[in-house]
Design a protein around this ligand. Structure first.
Ligand code: M1P
Length: 268
């Protein structure tokens, strides 16, 4: 049985025990799975998630920080944190259940100020010498559970992002930088994950999306479906997709996600 009592659910939200699949949860990556990269989810996707929530528990599990995820899933004024049973930002380092914030761990506490300072200084020095067609601003974004590093900078516009992604595929800028960091900072036991178009995430080993799975232990689910587009080795969905606790669904885009949801749950 579900370990979440009916009294914990806000008005209008069906308790897990009353849903068609009471012990099943569907977890979704955001970029490329629920929406196109850094864009808003379509009204059709939001409607499908609402219908799915009648049948299974639902969760998002994004690499981005919460503000970006909320921006992407708030289509039509959708109240994001109350529209999912669980919300996992930064791979689950920032987590919500039924709209309530859960306890979280922190990157800086784990790594320590001194070591982080050396890492940040090295990154900024390295990036100052990388020659790419254009540079914008915010080359390191400091988050709760990770840092995000971008050679072009996080202020790039949508067009600049798209152009950088193509350039990076041809020149391997991020892959080469990750290799250097892996060697130079091996003692910090960090994982480097290229999850999006212009950047990579840096976090302690094990703080990938499987961290969010740990949050579900003891919650009463015996079937955990995960949907993601970066399920290949090096992608930020790889670990959770291959984890024995999940049934993984690799998608190419949000339309694929909708198709699988209809086949598995919505058309039944
Ligand atoms: O959700 C995938 C990634 O989305 C963004 O990546 P980028 O800006 O490179 O497209 C970032 O928020 C990143 O942290 C996240 O993993």
């Amino acid at each position: 049985m579900s370990t979440t009592p009916a009294s914990a659910f806000p008005a209008g939200v069906k308790p897990f025990a009353e849903r068609a699949h009471p012990r099943t949860i569907c977890m979704f990556d955001v970029d490329g799975t629920l929406s196109l990269a850094r864009q808003q989810a379509t009204p059709e996707m939001i409607a499908a998630l609402k219908a799915l929530r009648e049948k299974t528990a639902i969760a998002f599990v994004g690499g981005s920080d919460l503000s970006k995820i909320v921006e992407q899933l708030s289509t039509g004024g959708n109240d994001v944190l109350n529209s999912f049973d669980y919300g996992f930002a930064e791979n689950g380092l920032t987590a919500y259940k039924l709209g309530q914030k859960l306890q979280s761990a922190s990157f800086i506490q784990h790594v320590g100020e001194e070591e982080y300072k050396k890492l940040a200084n090295f990154i900024l020095r390295y990036l100052s010498e990388v020659d790419i067609p254009i540079k914008r601003g915010t080359f390191i974004e400091f988050r709760n559970g990770m840092i995000n590093v971008s050679p072009i900078g996080r202020n790039a516009s949508t067009q600049e992002r798209n152009d950088y992604e193509v350039y990076d595929k041809q020149h391997g800028i991020r892959a080469a930088f990750v290799k250097v960091l892996q060697e130079k900072f091996a003692h910090l036991n960090l994982t480097y994950s290229i999850g999006g178009q212009i950047s990579f995430d840096v976090f302690p080993h094990g703080w990938d999306k499987t961290y969010a799975l740990g949050r579900l232990e003891g919650e009463g689910f015996d079937e955990i479906h995960f949907f993601g587009d970066k399920t290949y080795k090096g992608g930020n969905d790889y670990e959770i997709y291959n984890d024995p606790r999940t049934i993984g669904h690799a998608v190419n885009n949000p339309d694929d996600t909708l198709k699988i949801l209809h086949e598995l749950f919505l058309s039944k």
